[in-house]
Design a protein. Structure first.
Length: 81
């Protein structure tokens, strides 16, 4: 909210800050009301998302190790040590 106070001149600042506060409260309310239904919908996919994120992290770590593919890493016999 402090950055919003610096965006407006002295005249319209109170109205702008009031509008920003209302928008902030409405956004927070919308997120709070929709969170439970989104959580229920994503509960079926959380294992898939978790696995995909870790697989992408593994691919990133392998590419950082100067081996471009998993099979290249496997066949060179490198270790993570």
């Amino acid at each position: 909210m402090m950055i919003g106070a610096e965006l407006f001149r002295q005249g319209p600042r109170p109205l702008a800050m009031a509008v920003a506060g209302v928008v902030n409260w409405l956004g927070t309310f919308a997120i709070a009301m929709g969170f439970e239904s989104v959580q229920v919908c994503l509960s079926l996919l959380k294992t898939v998302l978790f696995t995909a994120a870790h697989f992408l992290l593994l691919l990133l770590l392998i590419s950082i190790a100067d081996v471009k593919t998993f099979w290249g890493f496997y066949f060179t016999g490198r270790r993570w040590v």
